[in-house]
Every structure is written in structure tokens, then in C-alpha cells.
Write a protein that binds this ligand. Structure first.
Ligand code: FAD
Length: 479
């Protein structure tokens, strides 16, 4: 009798404990992916993530087929689809890797209860987080709300387990009907906005392993200092691969520790520590989400409920389109639109600009990112937006209002990043590229820039916007 492996945010075959467990039995293996956009609380994927999912499922199907197993595609609420599949195939056992988004975890629990009641064996595994939310507690016994003690507690635990190899040949199970991926319409047709995504990314496990190898060879050395530079390629770009589980944090951790021993790529211990701590921010976000299920919609700090957000549809649109008149902000928003990804430093700057310079509710930004990021993640996106807005756990101090000009000059000193995404500014010298509005008419003419025409004038004056934000924040502090 067959055993079912239910794939979700773990679209890989190596370091996949559920698949390994199934392969260790002698039973024929049925692999299933269910596109569930109906279960209560599950947030439908945004456009860029749907594009990614299509590529990822194609890659997974290929990798499973090479091992003798067919990936069965189904669509509908998991509480119906999964028990139906089990009944249809006569399976007596099902395995999956645990999810930690509370809405998804609730779905899993309902499925497990329904199956167990029918005598089906259910086994679940830890695969997506180095430490599951309940494994870490403060000394007082509660969840962590501050990163540094969380990180220390994570380091105090036994080292993460070694990653598992991919199972080799398995026995497949024929004759199970599958939906066709094309019928799910995950990818755009007309207009085809995904050309930039296709140029940048290779969804799937092989793409993930390639990214990791490239990063270890040529990005990790210098990470501790250069990770803040959007004009460099010193971050891993593993985020969408981690989001869809095409690579596990155990694999990334293990590879980084090995690089420490072998000094692969010339990385120092400081580079590796910094990288591992960033990986731990992902863990921290999931810890927060597990204990605060509405992290994407409700202020973590309730006093922000009184924050005087402005309604400004024009400002929001200008921000989304990369037309704020601040080059580092506009470059970031165009990188996001074109590639589905944005450098972390620039994410912080654009998020701060929306929430503080424009006083637009951070949830508007969170939603835009959710739709446009290939790595749109229920925990990381919500936690990061709240962190920048100041409403989050362990948030940036309320008075930290990024100056977009100084941020640009500090982290993109030659303007190479800005010029990549804003060709209109390519003629400007480095000293003006982050502040075109301060150029003289002569300097603009020489650079071929017509402010208000080829590039917008600033939407708000930095100094005035800063004063306005501080006043709004002061109101919240005393309320
Ligand atoms: P690297 O620097 O190579 O880091 C390795 C991995 O660690 C990342 O892939 C990611 O999984 C994790 N990581 C790194 N930085 C962070 C962080 N600050 N918080 C949580 N995890 C981190 N990340 C997402 O994965 N999905 C999101 O939807 C998302 N939304 C964000 C929204 C805002 C407003 C901000 C400021 C940050 C957001 N981040 C998000 C976090 C971070 O920007 C990205 O994880 C990072 O830029 C991914 O690039 P990388 O893989 O090259 O990172």
C-alpha cells in the first residue's frame, strides 16, 4: 500500500526528511502538491510568487521523476483534497514537513486529525527552521521579542543536524490523476511582465544549489561589510529559494560552517558569523509570526494603532512605480518590479520612505511587496515592514528616519546601482546622482536630465517630511 508525501514550502528532494522517511519504507511513493487558495486564513500568493511556484514545481517534478516518482498536482482546500487522495489511492500512511505560519499549521492540524480518525498513519518532520518556534523560550518561559537574546538562545542549542542526502531510486505509484500545471495559470501571458524574472532566476533545487555555490565562492568573502552595498553582489540571493524550500536552512548552515573550515572563497569568521545571524533573522521572524498570527495586518505594538497615517493614493502610486524623485528609492522600486527582488538595504530605505516620508500605512507597502517579491514570505515580509515602520518587535528606534540621499551616497557611492535602474540619470556625476534636484540647470543640461520630465522632482522635501514624521511619532508615543 502506498505512502503519500505531501509537498508544500519544501520543494526539494535533498534534506527532505519526509521524503527520506517515505523512501526508507518499501511502500510505493505518491508525491502530491496541493494549490490551496481556499482554506481559511491562507493568503493567496502574489503574482511574482505564483510565477516562481510554477518554475519550482516543474523542477521538483523533474527531480522526482528522475527518482521514479510522479508529482501529482491537485487544487482545493487541503482538508478535502488530501484525505480524498489518500482514500482514492488506498494509502495507509502520509508524511510531511511541518509549516510554521499559524494559518498553514492550523490547516495541517485539521488534515492530520481527519486522517488519524480514519486510522491513517501521519508522521511530520522538522525541515524548514533550524529551531521551531516552541523550541526556544525566554528564561521567563515566554516567546522572544528581541533578536539578540533569541540569537544567543539559538546558538546555545545543540548544533543544527547535518543535512540529509536526496533519496536515490524509489518505487513510484502509477495511475493517480494529476491536474495540469498550465491550467493553474500561475504565469503571466499578456502582458508578459515576467521577462526580467526569467532573466534573473532559475527556480528549483538546482538553481538554489548553484546560487549557494556562487555565493560561497565569490560573495561571502566581505559579506560582513559589503552586504549593505546594493552596487555589489555580496549577498546570497537565496531568499526565494529559502521561501519555497528549494534549499533548507540546514543545508545553508552546514555549507557556511564548512566554508569556515576550508576558508572557501576567502571568507573570514566575521563574514560567516554575520551571514548565519541573517539566516537567524528568518528564524526570528517565524518565531514572531508563530506567536503573533496577525503580524501582517496588526501593529505588533498596539500604540501604533493611533498612528495618524495619511491617505495618499498618488503618493502610493509614485512609490510603487519608482517615481518619488529620490534615486535610491526609485532604483529599488524598479529593481523590485523588474526582477522580483530588492537588496535588503534598499528595502529598508524604500519602506522607511513610504511609512515615514509619505506617512502611508506600512500595510500598503507590505501588500505591494507581497505581490511583487519572488521571496514574498509571510514571516519575513510582515516582520521587516513592522521593524522599519517602528511598530514591530525589536523595532528600529522611532527617531530613525533614513535620509534617502545620505543612504544612497553611503551605500551606492558611485551611483552604479542607481544608474543601472534609472538610465535617465546615467549622465550625472557621482556627487549629484543621489541628489539631482540640487544640480544647477547647467549641470542638468550637461547630464541630459530634464527634472520633472525625464526624471521626477522630489515628491516631498526631506527635511519637512522628517519633521512631519517625528511629530506623528511623538503623538503615538504619548497616546
Ligand atoms: P542574504 O543576506 O544572503 O541572507 C541570507 C538569508 O537570510 C536570506 O535569503 C533570508 O532568508 C535571510 N535573511 C536575510 N536578511 C533577513 C532579514 N532582515 N529578515 C529576515 N530574514 C533575512 N525577506 C524575505 O525572505 N521575504 C520577504 O518577503 C522579505 N520582505 C522584506 C521587507 C522589508 C521591508 C525588508 C526591510 C526586508 C525584507 N526581507 C524579506 C528581508 C531581507 O531583505 C531579505 O531576506 C534579503 O534581502 C534577501 O536577500 P539575500 O537572500 O541575498 O540575503
Amino acid at each position: 500500500l502506498p505512502i503519500v508525501v505531501w509537498f508544500r514550502d519544501d520543494l526539494r528532494v535533498s534534506d527532505h526528511p519526509a521524503l527520506t522517511a517515505a523512501a526508507a519504507t518499501t511502500a510505493p511513493v505518491i508525491a502530491v502538491y496541493d494549490l490551496d487558495e481556499e482554506s481559511p486564513g491562507l493568503r493567496p500568493l502574489g503574482g511574482a510568487a505564483r510565477w516562481w511556484l510554477a518554475g519550482s514545481l516543474r523542477a521538483l517534478a523533474r527531480d522526482l521523476r528522475a527518482r521514479g516518482v510522479i508529482l501529482v498536482l491537485r487544487r482545493g482546500p487541503a482538508a478535502r483534497v488530501i484525505p480524498d487522495l489518500v482514500a482514492e489511492t488506498g494509502a495507509v500512511e502520509i508524511v510531511w514537513n511541518r509549516r510554521h505560519d499559524p494559518a498553514a499549521a492550523a490547516v495541517d492540524e485539521a488534515v492530520a486529525d481527519a486522517l488519524t480518525a480514519r486510522g491513517i498513519g501521519v508522521a511530520t518532520f522538522q525541515a524548514s527552521l533550524l529551531t521551531e518556534p516552541d523550541q526556544l523560550r525566554t528564561k521567563a518561559g515566554g516567546p522572544f521579542g528581541v533578536f539578540t537574546p533569541f540569537w544567543r538562545a539559538l546558538l546555545a542549542r545543540p548544533a543544527p543536524r547535518a543535512p540529509l542526502p536526496a533519496p536515490t531510486a524509489m518505487q513510484g505509484f502509477d495511475g493517480v490523476g494529476s491536474e495540469r500545471l498550465e491550467d493553474w495559470r500561475l504565469e503571466p501571458t499578456v502582458p508578459d511582465w515576467a521577462a526580467g524574472l526569467r532573466a534573473e532566476w532559475t527556480p528549483g533545487e538546482t538553481g538554489a544549489q548553484d546560487r549557494l555555490a556562487r555565493f560561497l565562492d565569490a560573495g561571502l568573502a566581505g559579506y560582513a561589510t559589503l552586504r549593505d552595498r546594493p552596487d555589489r553582489t555580496n549577498t546570497s540571493r537565496l531568499s526565494p529559494h529559502l521561501r519555497f524550500g528549494e534549499i533548507s536552512p540546514f543545508q545553508v548552515w552546514d555549507a557556511a560552517m564548512l566554508a569556515r573550515d576550508t576558508r572557501r572563497g576567502g571568507a573570514t569568521a566575521a563574514d560567516i558569523d554575520k551571514f548565519l545571524s541573517e539566516l537567524a533573522w528568518r528564524e526570528f521572524s517565524y518565531h514572531l509570526l508563530a506567536h503573533t498570527p496577525d503580524l501582517a495586518t496588526r501593529n505588533y505594538q498596539a500604540r501604533f494603532d493611533a498612528f495618524p497615517w495619511r491617505s495618499d493614493p498618488d503618493g502610493l502610486r509614485a512609490w510603487q512605480r519608482g517615481r518619488t524623485g529620490y534615486p535610491i528609492v526609485d532604483a529599488g522600486m524598479r529593481e523590485l518590479w523588474t526582477t522580483g527582488w530588492m537588496h535588503n538595504r534598499v528595502r529598508m530605505v524604500v519602506a522607511s520612505f513610504l511609512a515615514k516620508h509619505l506617512l502611508i500605512d506600512w500595510r500598503e507597502g507590505e501588500r505591494w511587496f507581497w505581490d511583487t517579491l519572488v521571496d514574498a514570505d509571510p514571516a519575513n515580509n510582515a516582520a521587516s515592514w513592522q521593524w522599519v515602520a517602528g511598530s514591530g518587535a525589536d523595532a528600529a528606534p522611532y527617531f530613525r528616519i533614513f535620509n534617502p540621499v545620505l543612504q544612497g551616497e553611503k551605500f551606492d557611492p558611485d551611483g552604479a546601482y542607481v544608474k543601472q535602474w534609472l538610465p535617465a540619470l546615467r549622465g550625472l556625476p557621482a556627487k549629484l546622482v543621489h541628489r539631482p534636484f540640487e544640480a544647477t540647470p547647467d549641470e542638468l543640461r550637461r547630464a541630459g536630465v530634464a527634472l520633472g520630465d525625464t526624471y521626477p522632482r522630489p515628491l516631498v522635501d526631506h527635511r519637512a517630511a522628517r519633521e512631519r514624521a517625528l511629530a506623528a511619532l511623538a503623538e503615538t508615543r504619548t497616546s
